[in-house]
Write a protein that binds this ligand. Structure first.
Ligand code: ADE
Ligand code: ZN
Length: 335
């Protein structure tokens, strides 16, 4: 594929399974919300914000990401954030999304759980009715906080369980292994929620295995560190455990030195159910189309491989078999 295929990739029907809504907060919206809410931010200009987005590792990024979220205060802010992301999806023909939100980032600042979820779900409903983008919402627990805080968050989510499909686990991976959250994930499963977890982004391959065994996840977020553990790789292939890989995120956070080193296509060719996602697009330089384009430029991604990556996302999504078939049809009729 060459650069003229940018428009082919943009028009390709896509599905996003790894997207933090707080990570889609563009500097322009951050500034306008800061003004609207009279919240101070430590930047003089949009340009200064963009220049600050240089990260050496995950923690570097998280420090700035949590700071950015301070401008989100009232329900309309969460609506505007989510709606802006959905408009971007429309532009790039992303037809189904399963975004994450981090309630603790907001409740710890005194913002009510219901303020957060009502704003998000109102936008997701409008996304379905006005933009024809379907969605399932995932509540992520912050793993740097204790399990007791995750339990309290799950308690606050109880009145809204019909609007939440799954729970996930994000934030600082090193020092916070999946088993720290075994009990709260078990409770979430009892309540009928599915589970996912970030694992093997900066953490060892072992965390991928414990997320599967202890948290009984349906997908692994990132999972790239499985590549050097042959037994685990075999297990992922045999079980078709999906990995929601985020190429631009991985190079921005120096999980890989550069995109040419990225192992996503090697895993695809080995038969791992890998998918392409944008993670925190406002911070990492691009949404879905840009992530696919980065693979074209550095790894010579073919159209056939791009189609297989989207097929994997459809298979790995949390929708009915009928909804999956409809998405597969859209993909198969795309030229
Ligand atoms: N929160 C937002 N993006 C994240 C990432 N890539 N890893 C862990 N936690 C996150
Ligand atoms: Zn993530």
């Amino acid at each position: 594929m060459n650069n003229t295929n940018m428009s082919w990739l943009n028009g390709l029907p896509k599905v996003e399974l790894h997207l933090h809504l707080e990570g889609s907060l563009e500097p322009e919206l951050m500034f306008s919300l800061a003004k609207r809410n009279r919240v101070g931010i430590p930047f003089d200009s949009i340009q200064a914000v963009k220049e600050a987005y240089q990260f050496n590792n995950l923690q570097d990024f998280l420090d700035i990401y949590y700071q950015g979220a301070n401008v989100l205060l009232v329900e309309q802010d969460f609506y505007d954030l989510t709606w802006a992301y959905l408009l971007k999806c429309k532009e790039q023909n992303v037809i189904h999304v399963e975004p994450f939100f981090d309630p603790q980032t907001h409740t710890e600042r005194g913002v009510a759980f219901k303020t957060v979820i009502n704003g998000i779900t109102r936008a997701l409903d409008d996304g379905a009715s006005k933009l024809a983008i379907s969605s399932e919402l995932i509540l992520c627990f912050l793993r740097h906080l204790p399990q007791s805080s995750a339990f309290s968050t799950l308690e606050q989510a109880m009145p809204f369980l019909d609007q939440i499909k799954a729970v996930g686990l994000d934030s600082s991976e090193l020092g916070n292994p999946p088993e720290k959250f075994s009990e709260v994930f078990s409770r979430a499963r009892e309540l009928g929620l599915l589970t996912v977890a970030h694992a093997g982004e900066e953490g060892p391959a072992e965390f991928i295995a414990t997320a599967i065994d202890d948290l009984q996840v349906s997908r692994i977020d990132h999972g790239v560190n499985a590549f050097h553990d042959e037994a685990l790789l075999q297990r992922l292939i045999t079980t078709q455990m999906p990995l929601t890989v985020c190429p631009l995120s991985n190079t921005k956070l120096k999980v890989f030195d550069n995109m040419a080193e990225h192992t996503i296509l090697k895993m695809l060719e080995r038969g791992v159910c890998v998918t392409v996602n944008s993670d925190d697009p406002a911070y990492f330089g691009g949404y879905m189309t840009e992530n696919f384009m980065a693979l074209v430029e550095a790894l010579d991604l073919s159209q056939q491989q791009a189609l297989r990556l989207v097929e994997n996302s459809i298979n790995a999504s949390f929708v009915s078999a009928q909804a999956k078939s409809k998405m597969m049809e859209k993909l198969q009729t795309y030229q």
